[in-house]
Design a binder for this molecule. Structure first.
Ligand code: ADP
Ligand code: MG
Length: 252
């Protein structure tokens, strides 16, 4: 059995607070994993540790079965710059708050990665960016600036920007949570389209209906632990844990 991404005994503390308390996760190529959990349960911290936007306090991250970084004497792993860049090229991320560059056009936002991280010539980066913008339905917005787009459009640009790096694994952290309700559908539609391509995806979301159809596997995170891990039919319809039942009951 081979795994593209793994976390082993992952811990993360901020000062006195331990937010992740020993996460073990093995992700196979092509899996689409929905991550559920109450606010503050550690979902964002988990995603951020998986692509090392946060440095874990303990435990390791593995790509294709190979540990990233070198463990120090205190148990915390040290990461080199090259290694971090390599990881982030393969593991893309889409944030709740889009994080677009406000002073660059939509096209420039999407070109940025291919041009300056992948070192592609300008014309090639532009062609790539145009293709990905078309894919999220925003070919006509290439010259616009983020502030002049709706939230749904900005998030679609952010998705195009992540896709332009052609990551093997895409992480989505509540991509529709800061959108007005009427804009949620267009973003979910784009994510649904991606799932047909077989890319490995991890999606933190409170859109349970979407998660049910999107995910091949659902995790329920509670207080820094993975409390439930299984197919959507089990976790969303007949969870084992009372905590999961209580969480799901809030949505009905
Ligand atoms: P979720 O995404 O499930 O809502 P988070 O992973 O964002 O949860 O946060 C989990 C806990 O960690 C929260 O109590 C939050 O306040 C805390 N936390 C997250 N990031 C930081 C940080 N950079 N510094 C201090 N505390 C943090
Ligand atoms: Mg969060």
């Amino acid at each position: 059995m081979s795994f593209v991404l793994q976390a082993r005994d992952l811990h993360k503390r901020f000062g006195e607070t331990e937010v992740l308390k020993g996460i073990g996760l093995d992700v196979k190529a092509g899996e689409r994993i929905a991550i559920l959990g109450s606010s503050g349960s550690g979902k964002s911290t988990l995603l951020r540790c998986l692509n090392l936007l946060e440095t874990p306090s303990r435990g390791e991250i593995l790509l294709d079965g190979k540990a990233v970084g070198r463990p120090g004497r205190d148990g915390a792993v040290r990461y080199g710059e090259t290694e971090l860049n390599r990881l982030r090229m393969r593991v893309g991320m889409v944030f709740q708050q889009f994080h677009l560059f406000p002073h660059r056009s939509v096209l420039e936002n999407v070109m940025e990665g291919p041009r300056f991280v992948l070192d592609r010539p300008r014309a090639e980066a532009q062609a790539l960016a145009e293709r990905h913008l078309a894919r999220v339905g925003l070919a006509d917005k290439a010259g616009a600036y983020p502030a002049n787009l709706s939230g749904g459009q900005q998030q679609r640009v952010a998705i195009a920007r992540a896709l332009a790096m052609d990551p093997e694994i895409l992480l989505f952290d509540e991509p529709t949570s800061s959108l007005d309700p009427e804009l949620v559908g267009e973003v979910l539609e784009v994510i649904r389209g991606l799932s047909a391509e077989g890319r490995t995806m991890l999606l933190v979301t409170h859109e349970l209906g979407f998660a049910y159809h999107f995910a091949t596997r659902v995790l329920f995170l509670h207080d820094g632990h993975i409390l439930e891990d299984g197919p959507p039919d089990i976790v969303l319809k007949a969870p084992r844990e009372e905590r999961t039942q209580q969480f799901l009951a809030r949505f009905t």
